[in-house]
Design a protein around this ligand. Structure first.
Ligand SMILES: C[S@@+](CC[C@H](N)C(=O)[O-])C[C@H]1O[C@@H](n2cnc3c(N)ncnc32)[C@H](O)[C@@H]1O
Length: 803
């Protein structure tokens, strides 16, 4: 990208920098004309730097080079390595090699007498059988048989797996087919004796032939009850409101993405369609080496091909009973299809071994998906606008000159890639480029990050090699939301942001689900958090985050009215003995003064969200003192940096900041040792003293103290001092409750840690703790709580045992 930018003359750069949405047809066609006149461009050899590598458009779209295509030699090499590891008992490495081989193996390749892909599935099946993963083994046999229905070894392995799974009837059927296909007399006899043992000794208990688990759709028994409408708002553009009064915890919206793309960091760990974590028997795309899927179902829905090669008249299967023939047809049929006519096959147009979908940034590839989908939908409609089905806003006029140039270049590159690798029926001219530039721009501000709960993976899913997560992990891992994909939702992307949201969005695989977190009056806006919340950062940090990431200045109630967390989160302690007043630095004061001037957001006791907890500090007093200080005059010392808002005492902020930074170094050192799992007593006691120092310098509701307490809690867990861990965890929660409110989801995540510690200590307080966190989870996730966070059920079971 940088090289290409350098080739563009300054005059053209200036035109692009000054452009607005109306000029785009002309600026983009000027860029196109310039590129057409570049000798490199005429040969379709435009230099593009993406992902730090120098590539040419030709390389991006060349199906002959097929940089992301299949490669039989590489597959055979990996297969051999896998066999070696298998023989030496290194099953982990063997699985990695077999999976790598499958990833690159051409689907139509023939390896002497057996299809290479089928044999690789069988190798993985044997490996899974060996390590006791019988269901995975069965699935792999089915895959091998769908490709090669006369594969005797696959029927044999399937029979063994079914016998181990106590599906004896199926096992006998499988082994009978294997016997029929087996060429050697000795082999036939051996299988016959195995069949006899099963027939004589066992009774059938289960059946697994047609197993297909639709594991991407969540549990949707709950019906969506409330009607929402999109309206125009005075300060935030379009936004969603409710037509009627809605109680808290109500499911108000659910939606499949218009288009979605997995993040680069998750390409090898999560299914490219449903976004669930990949199982040990993950399967690749049939035509390229980019996506991996958890099942055939997902592969087909994303645009992959089915293998179904069973023909009834297959000669090798002659002489079988009618029952067995039906059985073969049943086993080898593809159960995965679910791709109906309306389903857009989002990967299909990218899937020819070309590497632009892997190399270009995900938001550019996502824009390609949106374009192709819109064009395929437009074929049946008379609407001339390219993106009639997506009503999204953009912020082209507000973005930097640099970003404008980047969008121009990416638009040209994307259309060229689509045209050359997919034969897109779209002329590349000023009009199409201008729409693509705006679409890219819309993607950047309207995309939602699909997140998954990290601990779902740590605690909720079985670990395929049998390693269970340790108690240490359970005690110390935070419940984190990990972004896995970017998606655009036609209605979901219209919800505006609030730093004090009244709805909560989460994802079941790729489905967006939205639920109210407080009662909402009819006609009131429904707003979610784009990542910044009151209690998490103070107002200036939230404004900066939203401006940097989404290029808008937040107008929400959290940023226009005074609230307690914004005053105390980064505040210092008053120097006077027994005064619990708030001391602010210049940045916070400036931001709070702005609220007052711009929005008349003077503090009122109504702004105190959290009821008094009856301890030493009074939230209403803090706000009232701030209000009084403000009213006594903007220029008085009362509302000046370093002066206590309650008693006016002066604090040397510079000295306090230095002392705070020094204390924080000890906490950081502890964190470093925690990562290495080598915590020395000295570091731990220094960090404990550092927390005391922080308590003496910072306001008791300071977020820094909460963080330090949390780190200490984790460190004490790691060294096995659970009593101390519990005390620090409680101290951290106490502060967070004042910043977020007692029923916020952040508190539930902290209660997960506290209850795990309490359960380990056989402390009966854990029962109340778990009841509380269960209530919060139900409020935020309703009936989906257990599937989003399976560890919850584990905690509840352990609490029941304790009682
Ligand atoms: C995902 S869109 C939401 C729908 C948008 N309002 C529209 O008209 O299409 C995000 C954009 O909405 C506006 N917006 C959302 N929340 C806002 C807020 N709290 N304050 C100001 N503008 C906001 C900003 O322009 C932002 O770039």
């Amino acid at each position: 990208m940088e090289k290409l930018k350098c080739l563009i003359p300054d005059s053209l750069k200036r035109v692009v920098a000054d452009s607005n949405p109306n000029d785009l047809p002309s600026t983009s066609s000027s860029l196109l004309d310039f590129l057409h006149n570049l000798p490199q461009f005429q040969q379709v050899r435009v230099l593009v730097v993406a992902s730090c590598s120098l590539l040419m458009i030709r390389d991006l779209v060349d199906t002959q080079a097929a940089l992301c295509g299949k490669n039989k030699e590489a597959a055979l090499e990996s297969k051999q390595k896998g066999n070696k590891c298998y023989t030496s008992g290194d099953y982990n490495a063997a699985l990695a090699h077999y999976s790598q081989a499958l990833w690159v193996a051409p689907t139509d390749a023939v390896d002497t007498d057996k299809n290479l892909v089928a044999s690789l599935y069988l190798n993985r099946a044997s490996l899974f059988y060996k390590i006791g993963l019988l269901k995975e083994c069965l699935r792999e046999c089915n895959r091998a048989l769908q490709i090669s229905p006369t594969y005797a070894k696959a029927w044999y392995r399937r029979g063994k797996a079914n016998a181990a799974l106590r599906s004896y009837k199926d096992a006998v059927n499988d082994l009978n087919i294997a016997k029929n296909l087996e060429l050697s007399l000795g082999g036939k006899r051996q299988i016959e004796s195995e069949i006899k043992i099963i027939e004589d000794s066992y009774e059938d208990t289960s059946r697994t032939v047609a197993e297909h688990k639709d594991n991407y759709l969540g549990n949707f028994e709950e019906s969506q009850q409330k009607k929402l409408v999109c309206v125009s708002t005075p300060d935030k553009g379009m936004g969603m409101i409710s037509q009627s009064k809605i109680p808290e915890a109500t499911l108000v919206h659910r939606e499949e993405p218009y288009a979605m793309i997995i993040l680069k960091s998750c390409r090898e760990t999560h299914c490219h369609y449903c976004l669930n974590e990949l199982p040990a028997d993950a399967i690749p795309c049939t035509s390229c080496t980019i996506p991996l899927y958890c099942s055939e179902h997902c592969r087909l829905r994303a645009g992959g091909e089915e293998f179904c090669s069973y023909q009834k008249e297959d000669k090798n299967l002659g002489g079988l009973s009618l029952n067995l023939e039906e059985y073969i047809a049943e086993v080898t049929v593809c159960h995965g299809s679910g791709a109906d006519a309306e389903c857009f096959l989002e990967h299909k147009h990218e899937c020819r071994g070309v590497n632009w979908p892997a190399v270009l940034p995900p938001d550019v590839v996502l824009t390609g998906r949106v374009l192709v989908k819109s064009i395929s939908q437009k074929r049946d409609s008379a609407d001339l606008s390219l993106l009639s089905s997506l009503k999204l806003s953009h912020n082209y006029s507000q973005i930097t000159a640099e970003s404008k140039l980047e969008l121009h270049i990416f638009a040209v590159v994307l259309l060229l890639c689509l045209q050359q690798s997919f034969r897109l029926e779209l002329p590349i001219n000023g009009d199409s480029l201008s729409q693509t530039i705006l679409l890219l721009c819309k993607m950047r501000i309207n995309c939602m990050a699909i997140v998954r709960m990290k601990t779902v993976d740590a605690h909720g899913l079985p670990n395929w090699l049998g390693k269970s997560s340790s108690i240490e992990d359970a005690l110390t891992s935070s419940v984190e939301q990990v972004p896995v994909a970017q998606a655009i939702y036609s209605a979901g992307s219209l919800f505006n942001h609030s730093c004090k949201p009244n709805i909560h969005a989460y994802f079941l695989s790729r489905t967006l689900v939205i639920r109210t977190t407080e009662p909402v009056a009819a006609g009131h806006p429904l707003e979610l958090s784009y990542g910044a919340q009151v209690g998490q950062w103070d107002c200036k940090d939230r404004l900066k985050f939203l401006e940097d990431k989404y290029s808008f200045r937040c107008q929400c109630r959290g940023c226009s009215e005074w609230n307690l967390p914004d005053l105390v989160l980064n505040a210092f302690h008053c120097v006077s003995l027994n005064c619990a007043g708030v001391v602010l630095d210049a940045d916070v004061i400036n931001c709070e003064m702005h609220k007052f001037k711009d929005f008349a957001g003077a503090p009122t006791t109504q702004n105190v969200d959290h009821p008094l907890l009856g301890d030493e500090l009074n939230d209403v007093d803090i706000l009232n003192f701030a209000k009084l200080a403000l009213e006594r005059g903007n220029n008085s010392l009362d509302f000046h940096p370093g002066h206590c808002l309650s008693c006016g005492s002066h604090c040397n902020l510079e000295a306090s900041s230095q002392a705070m930074n020094k204390a924080w170094i000890c906490i950081k050192k502890l964190q470093d040792e925690m990562i290495l799992k080598e915590i020395s007593n000295l570091t731990l006691s220094n960090a404990s003293r550092a927390v005391d120092v922080l308590r003496s310098i910072l306001h008791p509701y300071s977020r820094r103290i909460a963080e330090a307490e949390d780190i200490l809690a984790q460190a004490f867990c790691l060294v096995g001092d659970l009593q101390s861990a519990r005390d620090h965890c409680k101290a951290s929660i106490k502060i967070l409750e004042r910043l977020y409110g007692r029923d916020h989801i952040v508190i539930a995540y902290e209660l997960v840690k506290l209850s795990t510690i309490e359960l380990t200590l056989d402390d009966h307080a854990s029962v109340d703790c778990i009841n509380r966190l269960n209530a919060i989870f139900l409020r935020y996730f309703g009936s989906h709580a257990a599937s989003i966070f399976p560890y919850l059920e584990d905690l509840k079971r352990r609490a029941r045992n304790l009682v």
